[in-house]
Design a protein around this ligand. Sequence first.
Ligand SMILES: [Zn+2]
Length: 309
Amino acid sequence: MIQRLNCPACLKPATAIFARAYSLPPLRDMIAASGLGPKLGGLDYEVRACNACELHFQTWVMSDDELESWYSPPRDDESFMSEIGSQKLHWFAHQTEEILVLRQVCPTPTPRVLDFGCNWGKWASMALAHGCDVYGVDVNRDASRFCASRGIKMVTFEEARSLRFDFINVDQVVEHLSAPLEVTRALGACLKPGGLMKLSTPHNPALPARLRASRPDDQSVLNAKTLDALFPLMHVNLFTPDALRVLAAGVGLDEFQQPLLTWLGAGQMWNLPRQFNRNVTVPFKRWRGRGTYLWFQKGDTTNPSLRPQ
Ligand SMILES: [Zn+2]
């Protein structure tokens, strides 16, 4: 286990706002799948607030080895196909929408893209279908093998560092990382000048206030639904939009204003009421940089059309 006392996004000091023993039955049940119960004897599920950047994070996190064993349960192709079959069509529509936007923003005929933490390749396979040159990284060995069999170029994180990408998809990943600043810095170094990185994470601005208000004898917050955005050992970092901006700025990336009309035009499945509503509202959220879904850009002083807005 690794102990984090300072903010892992900006390295500034942080203050503990909530602590409960991992040995309490609700917490013990939540971390049972990690197999780390014995290592956590005497430790607390502790949440800290950064004094500088709005990040909330868990003090104790898994080392890379411990993380890999939790995120690498054996999977066979049948289970991946079954998971694909259970996806809602509008979830595929969201990948298509986003990739249509990126294809219009990146001027390259076949953008080289990296799906960092690609799982079974939901985003990566859609990027492949839309003409991208697609690379993937995932700690799950079976997921890597499955993605490779579907045409995605699977590489290790080390191998990815020697490549340069037009777009890096970091979707629902940085909330899991023990060292998000270091990983984001390494990924930023893999961007071509003018290249883009998407950072998206769960968003629950109400949870820290709920934890702060909880009295020491009150265990009502200790359930998976309430704690989801800071799920013990799993969602170890809880970002606000500004905390994501601080993370990106710390590695030299500029916020990229997403184009409103392009997002409006890329909306899919207007025949579904939920999509009709989403296709109208989400482009404005993207354009205004609301929520924990943001795009960032590596500066390119040679191309005026790609300057940050
Ligand atoms: Zn911070």
